[in-house]
Design a protein around this ligand. Structure first.
Ligand SMILES: Nc1nc2c(c(=O)[nH]1)N[C@H]1C(S)=C(S)[C@@H](COP(=O)(O)O)O[C@H]1N2
Ligand SMILES: [Mo]
Length: 212
C-alpha cells in the first residue's frame, strides 16, 4: 500500500540538505551536550557519555516545510527518553527546546517541541542511517554529524535540530529559531501547520531546489 503524503507535500527519493549557516565540523575534544532548564541539576555530557547510552533503530518519514517528503529512512540513534531519564524534571515540565550549532554559536539554533509525543522509538538523536538505496553509513557532516535529532513524522523537519548541543526543559512552550520567525509552534504536517499565521507569511526561508 502506498503511503499518504501530508497535504501540499511531494515525495523525493533524495535526501535534500537544508540549514542556516556553516556546516559544523565535529571535534570530540570540545563537543558536549547540555541538559538544562527546569530540572533539579544541570548536566553536561561528553561525547563518550552520550554514545554509551542505549541505542534504538527506527524507520521514519521526514516532511520538510519547503514541501519535500522522504519516506522510509532507517536511523540508528539514542531515544530522547534516554536523556529524560538522566534528569529530575521539575513538576509541570511539558515542553523542550532542542539546541544546535548555527555558525560558531553552539546554541544558535533551536526548535521547540511538546515532550509527551517524544517518548517513543520515533524520537531519536541519530548518527547512522540507511534507506533502500544506501547501506548503513554515518550521517554526513551536512546532515548533522556527530548527532542530530529526527522528530516523529507528526512534526515538520525543522524541529529536527542538526549538530545538537543540548536539551532545555520547559514548563511553558517557548519558540525556537524558526518559530520566532513566523513558523508554527505545533508544526503538524498532516494538519499543514506551516506558519503561525497563514495570512502573514514569513520571509527568509529558502528551500533546497535540487530535489525535484
Ligand atoms: N542546527 C541546525 N539544525 C537544523 C537546521 C539549521 O539551520 N540548523 N535546519 C532545519 C531544517 S529547516 C530542516 S528542513 C532540517 C533539514 O535536515 P537535512 O538537511 O538533513 O535534510 O534540518 C533542521 N535542523
Ligand atoms: Mo526545513
Amino acid at each position: 500500500m502506498s503511503k499518504q503524503l501530508p497535504p501540499g507535500q511531494m515525495e523525493t527519493k533524495k535526501w535534500p540538505i537544508l540549514h542556516e549557516g556553516d556546516v559544523y565540523q565535529f571535534n570530540e575534544e570540545t563537543w558536549d551536550f547540555h541538559l538544562f532548564g527546569a530540572i533539579e541539576k544541570k548536566k553536561v555530557l561528553t561525547y563518550e557519555d552520550v554514545i554509551a547510552l542505549p541505542k534504538t533503530t527506527q524507520t521514519v518519514d521526514m516532511h520538510c516545510v519547503t514541501t519535500w517528503s522522504k519516506f522510509d529512512t532507517t536511523f540508528e540513534g539514542i531515544a530522547l527518553r534516554e536523556f529524560v531519564s538522566l534528569v529530575d524534571m521539575d513538576p509541570g515540565v511539558n515542553y523542550i527546546r532542542i539546541y544546535g550549532y548555527l555558525d560558531g554559536d553552539r546554541f544558535g539554533y533551536s526548535a521547540n517541541l511538546p515532550l509527551g509525543p517524544l517518548m517513543g522509538d520515533d524520537a531519536l538523536f541519530v548518527y547512522r542511517w540507511k534507506d533502500s538505496k544506501h547501506d548503513w553509513e554515518n550521517i554526513s557532516a551536512k546532515h548533522g554529524y556527530p548527532l542530530r535529532f529526527v522528530p516523529p513524522e507528526t512534526f515538520y523537519l525543522w524541529k529536527g535540530t542538526k549538530w545538537v548541543s543540548g536539551i532545555e526543559f520547559l514548563k511553558e512552550d517557548k519558540p525556537g529559531y524558526w518559530e520566532t520567525r513566523g513558523y508554527s509552534m505545533s508544526a503538524n504536517p498532516f494538519k499543514e501547520e506551516r506558519f503561525a499565521n497563514p495570512d502573514d507569511l514569513p520571509s527568509g526561508y529558502e528551500g533546497a531546489d535540487e530535489w525535484k
